[in-house]
Design a protein around this ligand. Structure first.
Ligand SMILES: NC(=O)c1ccc[n+]([C@@H]2O[C@H](COP(=O)([O-])OP(=O)(O)OC[C@H]3O[C@@H](n4cnc5c(N)ncnc54)[C@H](O)[C@@H]3O)[C@@H](O)[C@H]2O)c1
Length: 343
């Protein structure tokens, strides 16, 4: 059997890092790709890369191939932008890539109100480049990140993959829904096997500093107030990173032939938590009280996220198992260690 070579885009990102580390346990080669943009602290991205064994003298040079010092020839890192079609084609040309996991994207709902073009450039045009490479280089399977945000303000819960999702309330959500439509076209036209994964609020160690749980932790430790939108009346199906990772890797590794070329799955915890309860768990683990600044609902935000996870369970026998109490403890322990905080 030919050894798989898997391209993971967004590999220096929160989810991408964990996926690369998990995939490295299997007998596969992995090409890790990221443009290392400065949407949030680049040091956290290079820290994740160093955990994968990638070191640069001063900074990573565009298009240079770095070999992992931990996983050796099994893992390579290339700093490239998926918006750059030529660079991307060169990577497909030079490596016998068999599967692709596309996680590179401009993430974040709130930033999409400030800089909507970025979402079109990366999430739509960059994703188009990925699809074209998949078509032209005979890729067996494309697994890509969608988002729970496609459900917008749907009121029927839990959210099912078969629900109507034509009302995205942000350009971020619209870009993810567009990815699902684009992938469907490529599956239909070119028999490309595609799996879109709707992630539900992913959290954990080495997470994203722009996300609420990270901002709350930082503010509580610094004694600053935290912004609590919609006066705390929000529910989120917080999903721990290890669970996300297990689900994604199952989708990548599965080699069963299927007649259905385009599939969509929720990956969520199936247990929404009230925002104020989530804050209490953070407070308990830090050992400090939060100063709450109650604010109205933000534009682009949704009231509830709640995943129906039965489809994923039926096809992959996978269900998330980490409760917020356990997951948040692991995050806070990491946070204190990483930022050298003693309280
Ligand atoms: N974290 C969540 O809660 C969540 C929820 C739903 C969906 N998602 C999706 O999952 C994926 C991964 O999210 P994450 O939380 O790890 O975010 P992240 O921002 O930590 O990771 C994304 C990575 O992609 C890279 N990137 C961005 N634009 C790029 C480009 N043009 N070319 C190459 N690399 C580029 C970034 O540098 C970053 O390292 C994204 O597609 C995101 O939209 C995440």
């Amino acid at each position: 059997m030919i050894k798989e070579t898997i391209l993971v885009t967004g590999a220096a990102g929160f989810i991408g890092f964990y996926i690369c580390r998990e995939l490295a346990k299997y007998d596969v080669n992995i090409i890790c790709l990221d443009n290392l943009n400065d949407y949030y602290d680049v040091n956290l991205k290079t820290h994740r890369l160093s955990e994968l064994g990638f070191e640069a003298d001063n900074f990573f040079i565009e298009n240079e191939v770095y070999q992992s010092k931990i996983y050796l020839e099994k893992l390579k890192f290339i700093k490239t932008d998926i918006e750059n079609k030529k660079n991307l084609e060169k990577i497909f040309e030079e490596n016998k890539i068999t599967k692709v996991c596309n996680l590179a994207a401009q993430a974040g709902v709130r930033y999409s109100l400030k800089n909507p073009h970025k979402y079109i450039n990366t999430n739509i045009c960059g994703f188009m480049n990925i699809l074209e490479c998949c078509r032209n280089y005979n890729i067996k399977k494309l697994v890509y990140a969608s988002s729970s945000s496609v459900y917008g303000n749907n009121t029927k819960v839990p959210f099912k993959e078969s629900d109507f999702v034509d009302f995205p309330v942000s350009i971020y959500a619209a870009s993810k829904k567009s990815n699902e439509l684009m992938a469907y076209s490529y599956s239909h036209l070119y028999s490309l096997n595609t799996i879109g994964l709707r992630f539900f609020t992913v959290y954990g160690p080495m997470g994203r500093p722009d996300m609420a749980y990270y901002l709350f932790t930082k503010a509580i430790i610094n004694g600053d107030p935290i912004n609590v939108f919609n006066y705390g009346k929000l529910d989120r199906d917080f999903t721990y990173i290890d669970d996300i990772c297990e689900g994604v890797v199952k989708c990548i590794n599965e080699n069963k032939e299927s007649k259905v070329m385009h599939k969509l799955y929720n990956i969520g915890n199936n247990k929404p938590v009230k925002l104020l309860d989530f804050i209490k768990i953070i407070e308990k683990n830090i050992g400090l009280k939060a100063k709450l600044k109650m604010l109205p609902m933000q534009k682009g935000d949704v009231l509830t996220t709640y995943a129906d996870t039965s489809r994923m369970y039926k096809d992959y026998c996978f269900k998330a198992k980490t409760d917020a109490e356990i997951g948040i403890k692991k995050f806070i322990d990491w946070y204190k260690l990483y930022y050298n905080i003693n309280i």
